[in-house]
Write a protein that binds this ligand. Structure first.
Ligand code: SAH
Ligand code: MG
Length: 196
């Protein structure tokens, strides 16, 4: 299943899913943390979703948000073919609209942020309110492949995206609120425990 998804995305020239190593890191973190209720922002074809769903216990569930209608349909068909369809609910729409609808079901144990980078501070606002104390916030692409570490955004790179990711990283670096690291994958994988 995971290989089929990867091959489909490669054929579409849209292979921007996490790597298999990151999939394993997500699985290990879920197991170590005992996470049961997960929100994922940014489904694409469901590659990372299936990695995570497979690490969940029988009573675990992942809600995953997808804005692009064609991505939504593709992911939905992969989920239906997988053995973990019962653990996955995919929600179609912009995360800014969908997240408030998930709030009544809070608190969550883990939120995985992997959608539009410019909105990471908005997603952190939601996560701060809707995961439990001790909950995990994980964010892919937090180094922007190295660009986030530069003193200024390179020419042609959207300055607001660079600024917002830097704000996001600075917020997670606040030791009074988070116990966090950016795992230095090529894209950067932030892992933070909310301690307040
Ligand atoms: N997590 C996936 C990759 C996600 S790629 C994996 O590793 O397998 C980013 C996805 O986020 C795309 O499917 C895109 O449609 C979605 N996306 C981008 N902006 C969004 C938004 N504002 N709300 C919801 N989904 C969004
Ligand atoms: Mg990503």
């Amino acid at each position: 299943m995971l290989t089929s998804i990867r091959e489909r995305l490669e054929a579409m020239n849209k292979a921007i899913q996490v790597g298999a190593e990151e999939g394993r890191i997500l699985q290990l973190l879920i197991a170590l943390h005992g996470a049961k209720k997960i929100v994922e922002i940014g489904t694409l074809a469901g590659y990372s979703t299936i990695w995570m769903a497979r690490a969940l216990p029988d009573d675990g569930h992942i809600y995953t948000i997808n804005r692009d209608a064609s991505h939504f349909a593709m992911a939905q068909s992969f989920f239906a073919q997988s053995e973990c369809a019962g653990k996955i609910t995919q929600l179609e729409g912009d995360a800014h609209d969908i997240l408030p609808k998930l709030s009544p079901n809070a608190p969550y144990d883990l939120i995985f942020i992997d959608a539009d980078k410019i909105s990471y501070p908005d997603y952190l606002d939601w996560a701060e309110q809707n995961i439990r104390k001790g909950g995990l916030i994980i964010a892919d692409n937090s180094l922007l492949g190295g660009i986030a570490a530069m003193d200024a955004p390179p020419p042609k790179f959207a300055p607001t995206t660079w600024q917002n990711i830097r704000n996001f990283n600075n917020r997670l670096a606040d030791r009074s609120k988070y116990n966090a690291i950016i795992i230095p994958t090529i894209q950067g994988l932030s892992v933070a425990i909310k301690v307040f």
